[in-house]
Ligand binder design. Structure first.
Ligand SMILES: [Zn+2]
Length: 255
């Protein structure tokens, strides 16, 4: 397959990695281009990241380089992403610039935190209306999917599952990096924070992984989604572009 471009749009610094980590890891392994957007990236607006803005940005960029993806920042405040035309246009500019083959973002019905639902809404509008809003013509695909960050009881009905068993050990540990950043909160230091689970995975030989809060959740969600689709570990997506039905690129990227 020729090189494809995947655009993932997350509210916070770790959302794409949690929600779509498996797909991202698989795409990177195959040499595809992956661009992640951190929409709420004014770190001076969140108590946990306040006072460390530059350092955190550097760390976030460093992690992206390690994973093999590009990270972009939109600069909005925490829980302050506006559900308006200006934000849609700002994201549309990214879409036009990146020209994605598939775009992934939050489920717009995710009840909390509020930024997730807002980003789900503005991202879908940005992809659908990018060329009209910016009065330009650029060829890109409108194949779109919502991912899940926090497993919710309702309002997320996945219809595409991908097997992420081959990358789960790596991907479940990605959120550790961000949890470590959160633990460095200068207003509420948590020096004793650390892994809350040490798990021995029996995949291709035994592998021990240590998981902080969000990695532990990611592993559990992946096991649950795997059970639903017949894989050991899986990621679930909700397709948003009806026109892509039956000829979707996402399952091909995940093979
Ligand atoms: Zn988030």
């Amino acid at each position: 397959m020729e090189q494809k471009t995947i655009l993932a749009i997350g509210a916070h610094m770790d959302d794409c990695e949690i929600g779509a980590g498996g797909l991202i890891a698989k795409a990177v392994r195959k040499g595809h281009r992956v661009v992640l957007v951190n929409v709420a990236s004014d770190y001076s607006t969140w108590r946990v990241t306040q006072g460390r803005e530059e350092e955190i940005k550097e760390r976030v960029v460093r992690k992206a380089a390690q994973i093999g993806v590009e990270k972009r920042f939109l600069g909005y405040g925490y829980q302050q992403v506006p559900r308006d035309l200006s934000a849609i246009k700002k994201l549309a500019e990214v879409v036009i610039d990146v020209r994605p083959d598939i775009t992934l973002f939050h489920n717009r019905f995710e009840p909390s935190p509020s930024d997730h639902a807002t980003v789900g809404y503005i991202a879908e509008r940005a992809v659908r209306d990018a060329t009209r809003l910016l009065d330009t013509y650029v060829d890109f695909s409108q194949e779109m999917y919502a991912f899940e960050v926090y497993p919710r009881i309702s309002q997320f009905r996945p219809d595409v599952f991908i097997d992420i068993t081959d990358v789960i050990a790596e991907v479940a540990q990605w959120p550790n990096y961000f949890d470590e950043i959160y633990a460095g909160d200068i207003h509420n230091p948590r020096p004793s924070a650390g892994p809350r689970a040490h798990i021995r995975l029996d995949l291709h030989g035994e592998q021990e992984i240590a998981l902080w809060t969000h990695g532990d959740m990611k592993l559990a969600t992946a096991a649950f989604r795997g059970w639903q689709c017949g894989a050991r570990y899986a990621e679930a997506y909700m397709a948003l572009d009806q026109r892509a039905m039956g000829r979707r690129l996402l399952p091909e990227l995940a093979e």
